[in-house]
Design a binder for this molecule. Structure first.
Ligand SMILES: [Zn+2]
Length: 144
């Protein structure tokens, strides 16, 4: 028997390099959508710990840690982007009561907005975007 370290509460085997990693709660970090992980001290890869996830809220959201970056998504062609821009504008033309339209596909996020008393559509096209879902807190509830 061998005592490694009194601070170690758990162990996990790194799926990348096979190292057995001892860790405690202070070693746990939270990444995409609040998912918990341990960063391997040997190879630097993340080992995910699903039982220690946190809920992302307006109070704790942090960029870029909690966000998913869509840089690895399929690259969308300009031709397809132009189709999606037309879809966005057409949707707002048909749905006069809607203020925005958005579409996400591959590494692309397209959105279109309009504001009251304005006569323009504001269209945003971005690749390699980041996003995160944030749980409502009590102040955010609509009281419906
Ligand atoms: Zn490793």
């Amino acid at each position: 028997m061998k005592v490694l370290n009194n601070d170690i509460e758990n162990t996990i085997r790194c799926k990348e390099c096979g190292s057995l990693i001892g860790y405690n709660r202070y070693d746990i970090e939270h990444g995409i959508q609040g998912m918990a992980y341990i960063k391997c001290p040997v190879c630097g890869e993340k080992s995910w710990l699903p039982d220690s996830d946190i809920t992302i809220t307006p109070s704790n959201i942090t960029f870029p840690q909690h966000f998913t970056c869509h840089t690895d998504g399929v690259d969308i062609s300009d031709e397809k982007i132009n189709e999606l821009i037309q879809d966005a504008i057409r949707d707002l033309q048909v749905h006069k009561d809607e203020d925005y339209y958005y579409c996400e596909t591959g590494n692309l996020h397209v959105c279109a907005f309009r504001w009251d008393n304005d006569e323009v559509y504001h269209v945003v096209v971005t690749k390699d975007y980041y996003d995160c879902e944030v749980q409502y807190e009590s102040i955010d509830c609509r009281g419906e």
